[in-house]
Design a protein around this ligand. Structure first.
Ligand code: SAH
Length: 215
């Protein structure tokens, strides 16, 4: 099949994002622009804009477009921020962040995925996105503090270093829970302390590492 990717993207944005209440113009613009199919194996290009997650290498997944939009919108970015992502995977979320904020640091524990994402993001011109290899539950002290943090894998609890590396005020968005039983959580850190908000059900691969699930 010869898919028109530009048209597929526009349809994805209208039918999956706008119709479900995503209205941050920056997020909608980013997801209309980014060639999501390039973040997948060629065999999957024709279903790249469908309404579900898809497999990537190392038994991981690229998230459903709506969940990506919901997470990034929840960070309430205005353009000048420095953001940390845990779980680069294909690099798609990092690209969306790269479009809507000033500087992105994305940490991936699987070296092969990190290298591939780094090459792709660089070939697409994202000079403001850095992909690092390591256990992202420890954050990345070197570039902290962050205006916002997003975890792209399901965590058992709030990884303490990520809260510590978050600015005041700042948002941390992440899926909390086990396989099949996850809730998307937004933590707001401000001078009064920490507040949790629940954004809905979701389904992510498990977070590994020191503050993740045991391997
Ligand atoms: N944001 C990704 C989705 C990634 S799936 C995308 O747009 O494609 C979750 C990713 O988190 C996987 O690649 C997995 O290897 C990674 N991951 C799991 N535990 C991690 C940890 N402790 N530190 C960094 N990355 C981790």
């Amino acid at each position: 099949m010869n898919v028109d990717y530009v048209q597929a993207r526009e349809r994805m944005v209208q039918e999956q994002l706008v119709s479900r209440g995503i209205n941050d113009p920056q997020v909608l613009r980013a997801m209309t622009k980014i060639p999501r199919h390039l973040f997948l194996e060629k065999e999957l290009w024709d279903c790249a804009y469908e309404d579900h997650p898809l497999p990537i290498e190392a038994d991981q997944t690229i998230s459903q477009p709506y969940i990506v939009a919901l997470m990034v919108e929840a960070l309430e970015l205005r353009g000048g921020e420095r953001v940390l992502e845990v779980g680069t995977g294909s690099g798609y979320v990092a690209a969306v962040l790269g479009e809507v904020c000033a500087e992105v640091f994305s940490v991936e524990v699987v070296e092969g995925l990190a290298l591939k994402a780094r090459i792709l993001l660089s070939s697409l011109g994202y000079r403001n996105v850095s992909v690092l290899v390591g256990d992202g539950t420890l954050g990345c002290e070197e570039h902290a503090p962050y205006d916002a943090v997003v975890i792209s894998a399901a965590a058992p609890c709030i990884p303490r270093p990520l809260i510590e590396q978050l600015k005041i005020p700042g948002y941390l968005v992440f899926p909390m829970g086990e396989k099949e039983l996850q809730t998307l959580v937004r933590i707001r850190k401000d001078s009064a302390g920490i507040r949790e908000e629940y954004l809905g059900d979701c389904h992510f691969v498990k977070l590994r590492g020191r503050y993740g699930w045991e391997d």
